[in-house]
Design a protein around this ligand. Structure first.
Ligand SMILES: [Zn+2]
Length: 58
């Protein structure tokens, strides 16, 4: 079981997609990506609350 996240699911115009064996590892990838690609999302509580629902188990 792995976890995947597609950045465009947030409504962002971004080709980013991430897959990881662990949820915490995936969150770490997303954090790094957000800092680089979506600085406006960092610290956005609404976005942070929406992200867990966008993570799919694959
Ligand atoms: Zn992105």
């Amino acid at each position: 079981m792995a976890y995947s996240f597609v950045c465009a699911d947030t409504g962002a115009d971004c080709p980013g997609s991430f897959k990881s064996e662990g949820k915490e590892e995936l969150f770490a990838h997303l954090g790094v990506h957000a800092e680089h690609a979506h600085p406006e999302m960092v610290g956005n509580a609404e976005m942070a609350a929406a992200i867990p629902a966008l993570i799919k188990q694959v």
